[in-house]
Design a protein around this ligand. Structure first.
Ligand code: ADP
Ligand code: MG
Length: 601
């Protein structure tokens, strides 16, 4: 039973390794084929010189072969050596390093494409996220291993068979001596792999904690807090604790792994290394039933067979070891996104977007309570909608559902009467131009930041207009390279560092440049004062005359501008209507409006 299970896991390990080899082959076939030849040559020459060459030389001496035959044999051997050596040198210095770059580049692109395709929910699922980070950090190293290990495995098996046949031709019982190390290495290797993997698993949470601390310390975002509070010393405590835990784990597992290595090495030395010499010498000197040339071949070929088999076993345990990591990569790459950009579907009709939420509820993954409950609302073509409510009311979640970054848990969202799930995801998302509360400015040029795509000459007027509409054009023109100036100094010393408000305007320009049917502004204005916010929304609405606009704010002074206001509280729409209707209604909105107006005065 147990044996069956082991076999199955070895089989599964081989399949996983082959999966990554196939990916690597698709990414860079030359690298994989080149490695096969490279290892083939190394093994071929070692087989030739240890098992065949020496035997022939002694045979020539014993039989007194004529000089021309010996010379011919030596020239062939020399040629084989010379050509192989040349290939080896070229391969190691050019084919292999260039192939590696191509291999990693293509593999990483595959990972990134997948990472951008999976739904946003995956990033909030700690299990998935940790699988992704593991896969991303492992794929390069593992691909290199697989590209090397599998060809070597094939070669070592072939060479072992050849050596075995050669030994059997002299003395088939002697093969047993060469097989012993296979058994011991497989047995000990498996155990020490488990020890290593356990150590890796135990260290992951600690390493992640350390990484987090490292990141916070060198990232600009946290620099102010770190200087103004005692948080640094507290974090250092955590860092030290995590490092100590890693040291403790390593101590614990290191002793176990060392002992296993020692046992494996000494068993092989004793049984095979000494065994073969004692056995062959007894045959040569005591029974006198073996020729000198066969004695030479037997001693070197058994050693070689043992080496090949040990190597095979090591490689197999590497295959198993690697398989555990490849599983992460495989699970990640084979994950079928629930909302995939590559999904086919209807194309939405441009310039005509009527959105309806019908009884929509949503619960975040891993949560028990819904954050949105039975929401019904409509956003007509060209309508200006304000979503208002306190922090945590569910406004951001609502717009993320609208853009299909998540799928609703209950109810449905319709575009022109049809469920949004029926539309082509990419085309559907293109209907929206969005600035989020936590918008990010990238280390790219101003123009690229606005367009969020490759900028061509034709795009320039559109970008310029977008910058004008968001009110930051004049500022951009004062920068050394205008809209081609890099933002942030991450990669360019002459990069521009703008103020929070200016970065915000650049983010808002994205909505204008995108020219989509629906503009969504999720409190990008939170850093502005109420008057600046009001002005910004006013110019925004003017520039978006013919578009639908959804703007979110927990400040009601701007909501006045909207055609219709939806007020959210604890995930429910509690009031809706125009500003004057809601004031007349004299409910929660009116109360909150008066309260805020009082405060700002
Ligand atoms: P608002 O934008 O109105 O401030 P949000 O939509 O951001 O509110 O959040 C609504 C509720 O959902 C809050 O209670 C918040 O804690 C919770 N929430 C937001 N994002 C997540 C998430 N990714 N996972 C779990 N809960 C979340
Ligand atoms: Mg929000």
């Amino acid at each position: 039973m147990k044996k069956g299970k082991e076999k199955e896991s070895l089989w599964k390990a081989l399949k996983n390794n082959l999966y990554l080899l196939k990916l690597s082959f698709e990414s860079c076939p030359g690298r994989v084929i080149g490695e096969f030849f490279y290892i083939g040559y190394r093994y071929g020459s070692s087989l030739f010189y240890t098992v065949i060459f020496m035997g022939f030389i002694f045979k020539f001496i014993e039989e007194g072969t004529d000089f021309h035959t010996v010379l011919f044999f030596l020239v062939i051997a020399g040629l084989f050596w010379g050509i192989g050596g040349l290939y080896r040198a070229v391969y190691e210095r050019t084919v292999s390093p260039i192939g590696n770059q191509k291999l990693y580049e293509n593999l990483h692109i595959r990972m990134y494409e997948k990472a951008t395709d999976v739904e946003l929910e995956c990033y909030e699922n700690p299990k998935f996220y940790s699988q992704y980070t593991k896969a991303a950090s492992q794929i390069k190293g593992r691909a290199f291993l697989v590209v090397h290990v599998l060809p070597e495995l094939v070669c070592s098996v072939i060479c072992a068979v050849c050596a075995g046949v050669r030994i059997a031709l002299i003395d088939r019982y002697a093969i047993v001596l060469g097989i012993i190390p296979l058994v011991t290495t497989y047995f000990f290797g498996k155990k020490s792999n488990q020890v290593k993997y356990d150590l890796y698993q135990e260290n992951i949470p600690k390493e992640r904690e350390k990484d987090y601390i490292k990141r916070t310390i060198y990232q600009k975002d946290y620099a102010k807090e770190i200087r103004l509070t005692h948080v640094f010393s507290m974090m250092m405590e955590h860092f030290k604790k995590a490092s100590d835990a890693v040291i403790q784990n390593t101590k614990k597992c290191g002793l176990k792994a060392g002992l296993l290595n020692f046992l494996q090495g000494s068993t092989n030395e004793l049984l095979t290394g000494m065994g073969v010499i004692v056995y062959s010498t007894i045959r040569l000197l005591y029974f006198k039933n073996i020729k000198i040339s066969d004695y030479m071949v037997l001693v070197s070929a058994i050693g070689y067979l043992a080496w090949c088999l040990t190597r095979t076993a090591r490689l197999l345990s590497k295959v198993q070891d690697t398989s555990l990591y490849i599983q992460n990569v495989k699970d990640f790459l084979q994950y079928q996104p629930k909302i995939s950009e590559s999904q086919e579907g209807r194309m939405p009709e441009a310039g005509n977007t009527n959105l309806t939420l019908k009884d929509v509820s949503y619960t975040y993954v891993g949560q028990t309570q819904p954050v949105l409950k039975h929401i019904n609302l409509e956003i007509g073509k060209g309508e200006k909608i304000a979503l208002v409510g306190h922090n945590g009311a569910g406004k951001s979640t609502l717009v993320k559902l609208l853009m299909r970054l998540y799928d609703v848990t209950e109810g449905e969202i319709q575009l022109n009467g049809a469920n949004i799930k029926k539309y082509n995801v990419q085309a559907y998302r293109r209907l929206f131009g969005t600035v989020f509360q936590d918008y990010k400015v990238l280390s790219l040029t101003v123009a690229e930041n606005v367009l969020m795509d490759t900028v061509t000459e034709e795009d320039r007027p559109r970008i310029e207009q977008a910058l004008r509409d968001s009110g930051v054009y004049d500022k951009v023109m004062t920068l050394p390279k205008g809209m081609d100036t890099m933002l942030t100094r991450e990669f360019d010393e002459e990069g521009a560092e703008l103020s929070g408000g200016e970065f915000q305007k650049i983010a808002i320009a994205r909505v204008f440049a995108r020219g989509s049917d629906v503009a969504v502004l999720d409190e990008p204005s939170s850093a502005l004062d109420p008057i600046a916010e009001y002005n910004m929304y006013e110019s925004m609405l003017r520039a978006c005359r013919d578009k639908s606009v959804i703007f979110i704010s927990h400040r009601l002074s701007s909501a006045v501008l909207a055609d219709r206001i939806y007020m959210l509280e604890n995930g429910e729409v509690v009031e809706s209507g125009s500003h004057s209707q809601l004031m007349k209604q004299n409910g929660k909105y009116a109360q909150m409006f008066r309260f805020q107006a009082e405060n700002y005065r």
